[in-house]
Design a protein around this ligand. Structure first.
Ligand code: 5RP
Length: 258
């Protein structure tokens, strides 16, 4: 039996919610999987007023506060215990594209400052190599058309993201987003270096999407029990060693049926 994408998201959300304990400070991601996760939290805890989150977007902040969850600003001594977020594309080497919902910069900042991270990716997000999904790059508004020229030297297709009404979309930090087609076979590390040479590219956001989560470990074996008919993965990062990451990669390759 194949589960629908929505049912997969629900399953991943329930699993992710099982890692949340009352009184935790959560980093709250952005997107439809996270939306399902938020309602799952409601089902798990009933009242959410003792949960606190640092949001990765104004949208998530708004949704959380509507449910009575306390929304906190990032502060010097405040480190989320756990970030829960979705993903747009996850490759078998664990490189990942995020930012489909336009929240990539805040997502990266919260992820980097969280003690643990869990990404919920249903089977439609899993690929052998990145590049089916256009790579979002957050670009500083000033001079963005010059930055567009620079991006065109690297990518085969570059398009500024617009709202439904046809306006240029501005991120929560007032930047713009260019969605870019990754060329086949390109080395992610090289791409990362090239992007960091472009002054208008927000380096942090570029890294968000290109970061190889070399220090990840997965909850795969546990997940597999729960979601046998699901190719979804959920990955948690916790500063583990490279050696561990290698096992993870093998696991995932195996799980993808390679
Ligand atoms: C938002 C993101 C989302 O996590 C990503 O787009 C996945 O979204 P969804 O859960 O709706 O598929 O990166 O910027």
């Amino acid at each position: 039996m194949t589960l629908s994408q929505n049912d997969q998201k629900k399953l991943l959300a329930v699993k992710a919610a099982s890692f949340v304990e009352y009184g935790m400070l959560l980093g709250l991601g952005t997107g439809s999987t996270v939306d399902i996760f938020i309602s799952t939290l409601g089902e798990k805890f009933g009242s959410l007023k003792d949960l606190e989150i640092v949001p990765t977007s104004l949208d998530s902040a708004h949704k959380a506060s509507k449910l009575g969850i306390k929304v906190l600003e990032p502060k010097m001594d405040l480190k989320p215990d756990l970030l829960i977020d979705g993903a747009d594309e996850v490759a078998s080497d664990l490189s990942m594209i995020k930012g489909g919902g336009g929240a990539l910069l805040w997502e990266k900042i919260v992820a980097q400052n969280s003690k643990k991270r869990i990404y919920m990716a249903d089977s439609t997000k899993l690929v052998r190599e990145l590049g089916h999904f256009l790579l979002p790059i957050e670009v500083v508004l000033f001079g963005h058309e010059w930055t567009h020229n620079d991006l065109k030297k690297i990518f085969s297709f570059v398009s500024i993201r617009k709202t439904g009404a046809g306006e240029i979309l501005k991120t929560n930090s007032g930047n713009v987003i260019y969605d870019c087609q990754i060329t086949d076979g390109i080395e992610i590390g090289v791409l990362d270096t090239d992007l960091c040479q472009i002054p208008g590219v927000n380096n942090i956001s570029a890294k968000t999407v290109l970061e190889k989560f070399g220090n990840m470990f997965t909850l795969m074996s546990e997940i597999r029990k729960d979601v046998q008919c699901l190719n979804g993965i959920m990955v948690e990062s916790k500063g583990k060693t490279r050696k561990l990451a290698k096992n993870v990669i093998q696991n995932i390759v195996h799980y993808l049926g390679a």
